[in-house]
Design a protein. Structure first.
Length: 169
């Protein structure tokens, strides 16, 4: 099918809009969750996200191997939401021994042939003031690069501004 990307800042409505885009493609819906709920804040975020999507989505909790999920399950769904690409990049970098650029390139190749519409949620990472650690700056550089590559490959690109989707392409 095709690739749609929904980007924006924190709490801008990216995930909610991505769910609506996915629902517009049919009733068979997949969701790949990349966040591992390792603390109370993350657990609350996961619970809220589950409530937002309701029972209409089949969820795969997959912090690293999203390409395998897309490859194995893409034909089962009309649309698959991947939430969140930025978290996935951070997970890959923290896991060590993984090449986020190669993994992202593989995802883009899969998107070309996947029967399901892929709706990718991603966060902008460069609006902050870079006074943090070298590891954090490296993650932001990698996430920014991959965000750009995924956006360039997308058929539809949306930027969320205060809960309002702005179509870029």
């Amino acid at each position: 099918m095709a690739l749609a990307v929904v980007g924006g800042g924190r709490r801008s409505g990216k995930s909610r809009y991505a769910l609506a885009l996915a629902r517009s493609h049919g009733a068979r819906l997949g969701f790949i969750a990349t966040l591992t709920p390792g603390d109370d804040e993350a657990r609350e975020k996961v619970a809220a996200a589950q409530a937002d999507r309701g029972g209409g989505f089949v969820t795969s909790e997959e912090p690293l191997n999203i390409n395998q999920v897309v490859r194995d399950q893409g034909a089962r769904y009309d649309a698959i939401v991947i939430d969140d690409l930025t978290v996935w990049v951070a997970n890959l970098m923290m896991a060590g021994g993984r090449d986020p650029e190669a993994e992202a390139a593989e995802l883009l190749e899969l998107a070309k042939t996947c029967p399901a519409e892929l709706v990718v949620v991603t966060s902008d990472v460069d609006f902050g003031f870079p006074v943090d650690s070298e590891e954090s700056r490296a993650m932001r550089r990698m996430a920014g690069l991959i965000n750009r590559q995924v956006a360039e490959a997308s058929a539809r690109l949306y930027w969320m501004v205060f809960g309002v989707p702005k179509r870029i392409r």
